[in-house]
Write a protein that binds this ligand. Structure first.
Ligand code: FES
Length: 229
């Protein structure tokens, strides 16, 4: 695990900022870092793809209302630990990605940007309005009640990523889906080092710590008709 430091941020429109991140270690889509701020629980960051700054650092984009944005605005160095969790190769390789999010979609949007960058098509279902300028222009975007939108969406996706409630309804949809389907959990793992156990979820293989297994897990990982946490 590495400690990295954020040092600088710039507004890039649409409520997004990009932050300069020194010494960001290798990571894959789906892994996350924990930003230690001292007075509250660490903030998870899913950096997605980064852009080199040219002097050994990397620019990382953060979407509107990301909880790390106000912290970066004070321009003080911040420590980030990670990466945690595992990558999600099935979602990195798909050609027709369907994403659903009823909350702030910052954990799942990096998959949309990456998919579009490699020529895949992307549909995004949102449970509430979100700044259009912060969404990929090439993605199809629908806003409404997520379970209804999922039920109306043609079954063309070869990858499904759900970060939404009601969990039971959406988990059932994901488990019935014919394509690789993943659930993005809403946790903010408190310690990240496997000690506190408060990030545990019940899976078909027993309790798993999501700071190790990842916050994006296959829908088939979870028992049928059971509460997730
Ligand atoms: S966050 Fe503490 S054990 Fe996972």
């Amino acid at each position: 695990m590495h400690n990295t430091i954020w040092t600088e941020q710039q507004s890039i429109g649409g409520g997004r900022i990009r932050a300069r991140w020194q010494n960001i270690p290798p990571h894959t889509l789906g892994q996350f870092f924990l930003l230690d701020v001292g007075w509250t629980a660490p903030i998870p960051i899913f950096p997605g793809e980064t852009t080199a700054t040219g002097d050994g650092g990397a620019w990382v984009e953060l979407p509107p209302a990301h909880p790390a944005q106000p912290l970066l605005a004070v321009a003080a160095p911040l420590i980030a630990r990670g990466p945690f969790g595992k990558g999600v190769p099935a979602l990195v390789e798909c050609q027709h990605l369907l994403i659903a999010s009823s909350t702030l979609p910052e954990r799942v949007l990096p998959f949309a940007w990456a998919a579009l960058a490699r020529g895949a098509s992307v549909s995004i279902l949102l449970g509430r309005p979100y700044p259009l300028a912060a969404l990929p222009i090439a993605a199809e975007v629908y806003v409404g009640h997520i379970p209804n939108l999922l039920a109306q969406t043609p079954n063309w996706a070869d990858g499904l990523l759900i970060q939404t409630e009601p969990w039971q309804q959406c988990l059932a949809f994901a488990q019935k889906s014919l394509c690789p389907s993943y659930i993005c959990l809403p946790f903010s793992p408190p310690c990240g080092n496997g000690i506190c156990a408060s990030c545990a979820v019940q899976t078909q293989a027993g309790w798993q710590l999501t700071c190790q297994a990842g916050l994006i897990l296959s829908a088939n990982t979870f028992p049928n008709s059971q509460t997730l946490f």
